[in-house]
Design a protein around this ligand. Structure first.
Ligand code: FAD
Length: 396
């Protein structure tokens, strides 16, 4: 047929928003839309720190993609993307190939280990439903193992590498979870150590310093031991070596210290900076008017020339503009420039605690924690309406 084929790779924040908007804006038989994703569910990456620590369920962290899109309008393909072949306008999947006229790449980022020896082998990452299931089980298993040999107190050491957004949110949940685990496994809480190690001179870089101080105070009270301005130099099966020469013996290292773009994008031949592609104002990959890159794999700059950090917020907004621009391309209409509208940032600090900067103001404690819930529910409402809010929302 002569109907243009649109292929969207990845059903995360960027991909789902693109698919839903295309579904809404395209007329009947105006284009064929295919959404490819590794799993048949969409997961809330911004919520993964909770099931990772065991403070919330997997069920609250994902939803079937079929519940979010109209499968009569969009073909859902559950497969692994293996290669993007720009010159052939094809995408190679684990079990077949797809051709496209328009391609939207929304595959999300990957952990960046900065070449630190042993990190990719021995550290776990908060990345997907599968990766957080492993973290949760692994932590519980350390408690169980310790009970069989109480000389091995190193099993009760937990190291979180990175005190950025996800590191802080995870370490907060972990600190909330430890008392429960101690009770369940009859372990003296004084024997447990939760370390948060960050190479940068501050935790939560980019956040207001007063809020950062508040966050660290809250977490210290929950038992987190910070090592800020200290790089992890090596990770081994027995623990981590720090730049100070200190070794922390542990079987549990969760690395949140950096993300990079998806390796498939470099492999496709795009020019990248740490795996991310500098897209134009319309979200095009340079030199390809039919290829759009959004979310963690795209690189865009603010008015001061600083790159926007990769967030769900920007990925969603890009998804909307991207869908509009794909439709405009098909209709030979003028494309829209992407303009990021910053709605603020909220970082959760565990049960009942958070920090936020929004509407030009700072919030902390209970108020910020309610803002976090609002942000989560607003997202559920955006992608799935009130039913999804009722089904997956956390009201308490
Ligand atoms: P993703 O949402 O990562 O989606 C990519 C999708 O592609 C996934 O479904 C994946 O399964 C699929 N995929 C990947 N590779 C393949 C393949 N080869 N084949 C098929 N499918 C594939 N941002 C905020 O704005 N606010 C927050 O509060 C916040 N909190 C966070 C907390 C944590 C713990 C973490 C880890 C991140 C947080 N972020 C937050 C960042 C945010 O989650 C990301 O920026 C966002 O998910 C990026 O969206 P995306 O669409 O680019 O990719």
């Amino acid at each position: 047929s002569t109907i243009p084929k649109i292929v969207i790779l990845g059903a995360g924040y960027g991909g789902i928003l693109t698919a839903q908007r295309l579904q809404k804006e395209l007329n009947y038989n105006e284009a064929d839309v295919t959404l490819v994703n590794r799993h048949d569910y969409h997961y809330f990456t911004t919520h993964l720190h909770m099931p990772a620590a065991g403070t919330d369920s997997i069920d609250h962290t994902r939803v079937a993609i079929s519940k979010l899109i109209d499968e009569f309008k969009i073909d859902l393909v559950k497969s692994n993307v293996q290669e993007i072949r720009l010159s052939d306008r094809k995408v190679v999947l684990q079990d077949g190939t797809l051709s496209y006229d328009y391609l939207v790449i929304a595959l999300g980022g990957e952990p960046e280990s900065f070449g630190i020896p042993g990190l990719s082998e021995y550290a776990m990452t908060i990345r997907s439903i599968n990766s957080v299931r492993l973290i949760r089980q692994h932590i519980e298993y350390q408690f169980a193992l310790y009970k069989l040999d109480e000389t091995r107190t190193d099993r009760l050491n937990f190291v979180v590498g990175g005190a950025g957004f996800s590191g802080i949110e995870f370490v907060a949940e972990l600190a909330d979870r430890i008392p429960q685990l101690c009770k369940e496994y009859d372990v003296d809480p004084n024997l447990v150590h939760v370390y948060n190690v960050e190479a940068a001179p501050t935790a939560l870089p980019g956040f207001d310093p007063e809020l950062v101080e508040y966050a660290m105070d809250v977490l210290r009270k929950k038992g987190v031991e910070f090592k800020i301005g200290v790089a992890i130099q090596e990770c081994t099966p027995d623990g981590v070596f720090l730049a100070t020469g200190e070794e922390i013996k542990t079987a549990t290292v969760v690395w949140t210290g950096g993300i990079r773009g998806n390796r498939l994008i470099e492999a496709a031949g795009f020019e990248t900076a740490r795996g991310r592609v500098k897209v134009d104002d319309y979200l095009h990959a340079p030199g390809h008017d039919n290829v759009f890159i959004i979310g963690d794999n795209s690189l865009m700059f603010n008015a001061e020339g600083r790159p926007y950090p990769p967030t769900a917020q920007i990925a969603m907004q890009q998804g909307v503009t991207c869908a509009q621009n794909v439709v405009a391309s098909i209709r030979s209409k003028e494309l829209k420039k992407f303009v990021f509208s910053n709605k603020g940032t909220v970082a959760s600090l565990g049960k009942g605690e958070a920090i936020a900067s929004a509407f030009g103001k700072k919030y902390k404690g209970w108020v910020a924690a309610q803002l976090k819930k609002l942000v989560d529910m607003r997202y559920l409402f955006t992608i799935g309406g009130i039913l999804l809010v009722l089904k997956k929302g956390r009201f308490l």
